[in-house]
Design a protein around this ligand. Sequence first.
Ligand code: UD1
Length: 426
Amino acid sequence: MAKIKILGNQQLRLSGTVKISGAKNAVLPAIAASLLTKEAIYLHNIPLVKDVFTILTLMRGLGAEYSLEKESLTIQTRSILSDEASYEHVRAMRASILVLGPLLARHGKAIVALPGGCAIGSRPIDLHIHGLEKMGASISLEHGYIHAHAKKLHGAEIEFEKKTVGGTENLVMAASLARGETILRNCSLEPEVVNLCQLLVKMGAKIEGIGEETMRIKGVDDLGGADHEIIPDRIEAGTFLVVGALNQGEITLEGVQPEHLTTVIEKLRFSGTEILADPQRDNVVKVKGSAEIKPQDVTTSPYPGFPTDMQAQFTVLMTQAEGTSIITETIFDRRFSHVNELLRLGANIEVFQDKAIVKGKTPLSGAEVIASDLRASASLVLAGLIASGETVINDVEHLDRGYEKIEEKLKSLGAQIERIKNEEIS
Ligand code: UD1
């Protein structure tokens, strides 16, 4: 397992420019959507992260052919050769479940491993399954695999009991090829869902209400090829905004859509961070931290609320605020695994059920820590940057799932960070 070593500095002074990559959570459903057609799909602004390679391997097993050049992907599934997403794939990446709806809609059959408990709490897929059943699928669970069949899915009226990003994506993809009209209520509003729907429309889907809680989808017989741009990764951008908030130098971020980060930017500004959009250039922002960070309470919620995927990083910022902050996690249970590691660095945080009480300001001092999930890993990198001395982060494979070349990007800003193999640790 690789490790990352950071030589931190309590007076962080990074400066320079970072380009934000395409959104991992937008590209995964877009790749899954390519299963809905025999024709080629061209996707641009692909982030070269591990999850993308995981889904591409899965897709190849299902019959897809692809070529990836720089940040552009051409993918085409002329015929479905297999309808199975194995446990190996689903275990490596839960979003593998996104092939369920497209396989069922085009091929009439799908066998997908049931995701197990996940490092950030229980993550059931009952809402995906109930929706597909309402559309006429018969679904059974055998030996840890979901077996789904439907000669032809039909339209249905489905209200999600709670907002689910993956559930909305799976059902909107399935409904695009179903017979008749599907009405989806209480849909997720995340920009990644919107980006997927825009791709589906380019492929010929008939969707009304994109970006709204109720979507109406009129199923069509066939979908075709399309050319599509993946939106920038708002979580990577948010992570670098927090780097900027912890930093006394000025960082420029390119490829940020600030309108996708309204709640995060608002909280950062309240904490004292200076964030300015570049008037000359679209999607460019400059960020600079304050010498006196103000505490902020944050409650995660579905978009446009504060994203759960930014909770761990914001917690690190609050360890440096002058006072107490309450961080409430409402999306996933057990999503505070980063807290124990931050305690090892000297943070003062207590967790009570869904709340983390962060008392600042505490100087952090470097130590060896372990990354337990993707965003927890990112938070440890941020903590390492502002901890005095050396921080070694173990199991950084989690980080590679969703951040493209994070250490290179940070190094270009002047951070002392490097990836090391076990034997190189002193
Ligand atoms: C997606 C994102 C993930 C983000 C999460 C919430 C991708 C690839 N991943 O995950 O980064 O943290 O949204 O913004 O886009 N739930 C059920 N039943 C279901 C489905 C979900 O109870 O059938 C619950 C989950 O346990 C969770 C909540 O709904 O508590 C939200 O989950 P969901 O929006 O589905 O998350 P993902 O799509 O897995």
